[in-house]
Design a protein around this ligand. Structure first.
Ligand SMILES: O=C(O)CCC(=O)C(=O)O
Length: 260
């Protein structure tokens, strides 16, 4: 295990939802999400971990993720502060999404960084990567050391408080290398993160499958491996009780041919 993930941390919060193969001990940690739109503070349970901190495998049908605390609290505090000073978020049209031809402001701030010339399109907006900042590059390299994976692009999302959120979506754009995991690093307020299987969506769900719910802690890394983004949508629901900011970085691999 890489030293980055063997930092001491007294408590982390994580809840995983598994549809099969649970032990009785694990089952006690799992709760079913009845209604994702509601505040569900009770359904997120705290687990204790001691040094050295292991990766947690989070699995369900077609879902394969790894979760760990990548940074110690002190380092996460420092990086969060540096990100708040360094990251330049989009404004104007670039801070909007297009839905059925109409532009809406996103309920958070966004920025993109990456290798020269890389473009990434989502929700009708085409964003050019700015050159890596020292802190974003340091976090990217820390993820690489911990996972053995390299990344050429990052989407940064800043949530000023629990009113800011991200709706249900899959990171399955054609520009993304389908063989690469997506590495999600979080700083600041711990926020609920919900996966929902595609077969359970819509007016007439094809079959019942429990959602998978996590709490993404300050300094944590969630690795979303294939084929997670084929079968599962994810969201960061609004949580009104959260009064402090959070910054999330999703490191990705954009296919180089999608340069403009
Ligand atoms: O802020 C988060 O944890 C969610 C980010 C996300 O879903 C994305 O960047 O696609």
């Amino acid at each position: 295990m890489d030293p980055f993930v063997t930092q001491t941390r007294k408590r982390i919060e994580v809840l995983e939802e598994s549809t099969h193969g649970e032990t009785e001990h694990q089952r006690k940690k799992f709760k079913v999400c009845e209604n994702e739109e509601e505040e569900e503070e009770d359904t997120f349970i705290t687990a204790e971990f001691s040094h050295p901190l292991p990766w947690q495998k989070i699995e369900a049908e077609g879902l394969d993720c790894d979760y760990a605390l990548l940074f110690s609290k002190d380092e996460a505090d420092r990086l969060f502060k540096q990100l708040e000073e360094e990251v330049e978020y989009f404004t104007g049209e670039k801070a909007q999404v297009r839905v059925f031809g109409k532009l809406y402001s996103v309920p958070r701030k966004q920025a993109t960084y990456g290798n020269p010339g890389l473009m990434y399109s989502f929700s009708g907006v085409r964003l050019l990567a700015r050159p890596w900042t020292p802190t974003v590059e340091y976090i990217r390299d820390s993820v690489t050391k911990a996972t053995g994976r390299t990344f050429n692009f990052v989407l940064v999302n800043r949530y000023k408080d629990g009113n800011d959120h991200m709706g249900e979506h899959r990171d399955d754009e054609k520009e993304l290398d389908p063989g690469s995991p997506i590495a999600s690093v979080s700083f600041g307020a711990a926020r609920d993160f919900v996966f929902r299987h595609r077969d359970t969506r819509g007016q007439r769900p094809r079959r019942p499958i429990d959602p998978v719910k996590l709490v993404l802690a300050h300094g944590s890394l969630l690795l979303m491996n294939q084929p997670t983004n084929t079968y599962w949508y994810h969201s960061l629901p609004a949580r009104k009780r959260i009064l402090t900011p959070r910054v999330n970085l999703t490191f990705r691999n954009v296919i180089q041919d999608s340069k403009s």
